[in-house]
Every structure is written in structure tokens, then in C-alpha cells.
Design a protein around this ligand. Structure first.
Ligand SMILES: Nc1ncnc2c1ncn2[C@@H]1O[C@H](COP(=O)(O)OP(=O)(O)OP(=O)(O)O)[C@@H](O)[C@H]1O
Ligand SMILES: [Mg+2]
Length: 267
């Protein structure tokens, strides 16, 4: 008979053993995977952060296309942009994207629209005024949608664009409560058997939030001016369980998408 103490130990050991069995999944971004021992550990939650136009959406699309090519269905959740606009822009980089979307190997969820529709129904049922429809999409709303997509559609890869549009505010207006909600959101993402890219707007190194500490990895896309020339670069800020450098690597955006230089940028 297994003692109570042994059972207690088993509870803690099993997750540790499982974590050593994690696999690596390729992002499909040329040059990136070799910087992180072949790919991202899966399951895992990774933040892709950068300035406007730095290539965040394109990074996410490479990642989903790579999944589609290797039999992993992906979901792109947009919280502001209409998926049609994303498709129209990304089709320029990836001409086979439309067929892949038609085959349902990559799905798009217009979270804002889904949320507003649901909320409008609630409002009309309660006979309230439509213009009150200003409630942001909450972390809980997003998690419950993901649960449905995982259970009903068997997705393996997920991109959330973007974290800034998920509402974590509280009526208490308490920063600690907001931080706790963000932390619980990332933890809930980790509980799915998914590889998740969490797109976030530009990272201010002086203002790390709880989410930066909890995610498995942070990929930073830079776009800055040097001697009258705009430079694009990629930097891996952290990648748990993975050997990587913390240099800036040259990043190119061309008609075939993103490409990362293996040798660090020299200044
Ligand atoms: N054919 C191309 N060659 C080089 N660069 C291109 C090409 N097409 C688009 N770009 C650049 O790539 C950028 C698109 O990157 P992307 O949409 O992935 O950035 P983002 O970080 O998601 O932007 P945002 O913050 O607006 O969401 C464009 O803003 C443009 O600067
Ligand atoms: Mg974008």
C-alpha cells in the first residue's frame, strides 16, 4: 500500500518528470530556431514584444504557418484588428496563407467582435442602452474562448494579439489586484497543452510587470535609428530551459517575411 507521504511526493514529482519530456517546436522564422536550441519548448507561453511595425504579427504568422505545415492547427486571436486586415497584409508575405485558412489549418478569432456580440445580446435581454457597450474583453473571457477552441477544434498553437487589449482592471483600482489577475491569466494559459505566443506592445525595460516574470520566454523585436538608418534587430531576453545569448541579432523583413541573422549585430 502506498503511504500518504509517498502520494504527496508523487503529486510534486509528476509535473517535474513531465517537464523534462517537453518537446521543441519550430517557429518557422528563418534563423531564429537555431538561436534557441532548435525551437520553443512546448507546452509554453512566450511573449513577443516590440515597437509598432517591428514584425510581431509576422512572427506570429510564421509560427502558425510552421504549425500548419507540421500538422499542428493554429489559432490567431485578434483583440483589435479585423482578421481580414491581417490576412490582407500577411498574404503579401505568405501567398499560401489563404488556402491554409480555407482548409481550417489556421483559424482566426475576432475576439472583440465575439465579445461585443455576446455583450449586445446581454444588453438587449436586459433592455439597457447599447452605448454602454464599452466593457473591455477580460482575461477570463479570453481564457474561456481558448478553452472552447482547444476542446472543440483541437488547436496546438495560439497567438494572442495583443496582451495590452485584455482588460485586467478592477473596480478596486488596486495595482496588486491587477498584477494578480495578469499573473493568473498567464498561469491559465500555461495550463493548456499549447505553445502560445503572447504579443505585447513595446517593452519598457524599466517597467517589467508580473507577466514578464511568469512567461517561459521573451523575444524582443527592436526597430531603432542609428546614424540616420533604421535598424531592425531581435533579442532573446529570456528562454527558460534553453541555452541562448542575449545579443541583438539583425532582423530583416523582406517579401518572404522575417529572417534573423545568426551572428550578433556589431556596432
Ligand atoms: N515586403 C516587405 N519588405 C520589407 N518590409 C516590409 C514588407 N512588407 C511589410 N514590411 C514591413 O513589415 C512591417 C509589418 O510588420 P508587422 O505587421 O508584423 O508588425 P507589427 O509589429 O505587428 O506592427 P503593429 O505594431 O502595427 O501591429 C510593416 O510595418 C512594414 O514596415
Ligand atoms: Mg501587429
Amino acid at each position: 500500500m502506498v503511504s500518504k507521504k509517498a502520494n504527496h511526493c508523487k503529486r510534486f514529482l509528476i509535473p517535474l518528470i513531465n517537464s523534462t519530456l517537453m518537446r521543441r517546436v519550430k517557429t518557422g522564422v528563418a534563423g531564429f530556431d537555431s538561436l534557441v536550441e532548435g525551437g520553443l519548448l512546448s507546452p509554453g507561453v512566450y511573449m513577443v514584444s516590440g515597437a509598432p511595425g517591428s514584425g510581431k504579427t509576422t512572427f506570429g504568422m510564421h509560427f502558425l504557418l510552421e504549425g500548419a505545415r507540421t500538422g499542428e492547427r493554429g489559432l490567431y486571436m485578434t483583440l483589435t484588428e479585423d482578421p481580414k486586415n491581417i490576412l490582407a497584409a500577411q498574404y503579401r508575405f505568405f501567398p499560401d496563407l489563404i488556402d491554409i485558412v480555407k482548409d481550417n489549418d489556421i483559424l482566426f478569432a475576432d475576439v472583440r467582435e465575439i465579445h461585443q456580440r455576446k455583450f449586445r445580446e446581454e444588453i438587449s435581454a436586459a433592455d439597457k442602452i447599447l452605448s454602454l457597450d464599452i466593457r473591455p474583453v477580460s482575461g477570463r473571457d479570453v481564457i474561456s474562448l481558448i478553452k472552447t477552441y482547444v476542446e472543440d477544434l483541437g488547436i496546438s498553437r495560439l497567438v494572442i494579439d495583443s496582451l495590452a487589449m485584455v482588460g485586467f482592471g478592477s473596480s478596486l483600482n488596486d495595482p496588486a489586484h491587477e498584477a494578480l489577475q495578469k499573473g493568473m491569466f498567464v498561469r491559465a494559459l500555461k495550463d493548456f497543452d499549447l505553445t502560445v505566443l503572447l504579443i505585447s506592445e513595446m517593452l519598457d525595460p524599466d517597467r517589467y510587470g508580473i507577466e514578464h516574470y511568469i512567461v517561459h520566454g521573451i523575444i524582443l523585436l527592436h526597430h531603432f535609428l542609428k546614424e540616420d538608418k533604421m535598424i531592425r534587430a531581435l533579442q532573446i531576453i529570456k528562454m527558460r530551459g534553453t541555452k541562448h545569448d542575449d545579443n541583438l541579432h539583425p532582423l530583416t523583413i523582406s517579401s518572404s517575411g522575417l529572417s534573423v541573422g545568426v551572428s550578433p549585430l556589431r556596432f
